[in-house]
Design a protein around this ligand. Structure first.
Ligand code: NAP
Length: 305
């Protein structure tokens, strides 16, 4: 038997339990990974609390939990040519990754660069692919001034740095406690909340040309007020704005394993920083989500198995 996070009713983080389940095995074209670190994401919490507005609507109990993982290949199925036992990998598999073992199609895995930390690798898939796809969707250039909301959070901190690599001037919204950190990354920090538009105009009197929203309506409204055209405002947190204003909503599904590999290389090289807010032991998965739900993590929270 082996361990897996499951839940059998909707609710807060307390519904998560560690269950004993039979060991999974790799089928043809699949690889089994012994997980070392697993990530946690707000989407998981939206699903297990019943608050998800996007897929999946039909959760069947007991449901598995978690998408991001990093670990070591320990079983390969028939026909797998790309991976061998002992390979260090990262990737994602929805509602499955918070477990001792995860079984994935071989094409979904990415090789872990030696200098990428296990903690960073374990939390990179969803936030990394989302940041990558959202930044690419805006075709940013050095002519852009872009507002990135929740710029110290899991997605935002990566998106802000990728936007900067495109040459754009980046203004990142965050609490005061994150301003020095954002400045150290070359990002202009701004406090969110009432008066944000005026504070951004002090940083950029000519307004902004694009926005990457990772928090919700306040950023979308501010971006429109600051002159960004609706089709250059990408929100991964407010899908109602898509219909209302014609903003875009490119998220994780817009990036491939190759994109994740490219981002992994940038993080491994230190070109993009992915801070690890905290590491929780696997047994404290509920506590990890309780911290995530508070909404003020810097970078990623991960579970250690
Ligand atoms: N569509 C997709 O593919 C996709 C993929 C990933 C995530 N998402 C969604 O995107 C959102 C962000 O995800 P995440 O993983 O980055 O979350 P996260 O890491 O939990 O975000 C935490 C950050 O949110 C900031 N924050 C809290 N309240 C804020 C406010 N009122 N305005 C601006 N920033 C605020 C915090 O900043 P301070 O600590 O500085 O206050 C903190 O750094 C979530 O809603 C998630 O579900 C969507």
């Amino acid at each position: 038997m082996t361990r897996r996070v499951t839940y059998s009713q909707l609710g807060g983080p307390e519904v998560l339990t560690i269950s004993e389940v039979p060991e999974p095995h790799a089928g043809a074209g699949e690889v089994r990974v012994r997980v070392k670190f697993a990530g946690i994401n707000p989407f998981d919490a939206k699903v297990f609390s019943g608050g998800a507005t996007s897929t999946p609507q039909n959760v069947t109990f007991p449901n598995g939990n978690g998408n991001d993982f990093a670990g070591v290949v320990d079983e390969v199925g028939d026909g797998v040519a790309r991976w061998a036992l002992g390979d260090e990998v990262l990737g994602g598999k929805g509602f499955s990754a918070q477990a001792d073992y995860v079984v994935v199609p071989e094409r979904k895995l990415v090789r872990k660069p030696a200098s990428l930390s296990w903690e960073q690798a374990g939390g990179l898939d969803i936030a990394g692919r989302t940041a990558w796809a959202s930044v690419e969707s805006l075709s940013l250039t050095p002519a852009d001034t872009v507002l990135v909301s929740a710029a110290a959070g899991g997605v935002g901190v990566i998106a802000a740095q990728l936007a900067k690599l495109k040459g754009a001037k980046v203004i990142g919204s965050a609490s005061a406690s994150n301003h020095e950190f954002l400045q150290s990354l070359g990002i202009h920090p701004v406090t969110y909340g009432e008066g944000m538009v005026e504070r951004i105009l002090e940083i950029s009197p000519e307004g902004i040309t694009a926005a990457l929203d990772n928090n919700g309506r306040e950023t979308v409204d501010a971006a429109l007020a600051l002159g960004a055209p609706a089709d250059r405002i990408n929100s991964i947190a407010d899908y109602a704005a898509l219909k209302e204003y014609g903003t875009t909503g490119v998220g994780a599904a817009g990036a491939t394993p190759d994109d994740l590999a490219a981002l992994s290389a940038l993080v491994a090289a230190g070109t993009v920083q992915v801070p690890i807010d905290s590491v929780f032991p696997f047994e404290q998965v509920s506590e990890a989500y309780a911290k995530l739900i508070q909404g003020h993590s810097r970078g990623k929270i991960v579970l250690s198995l």
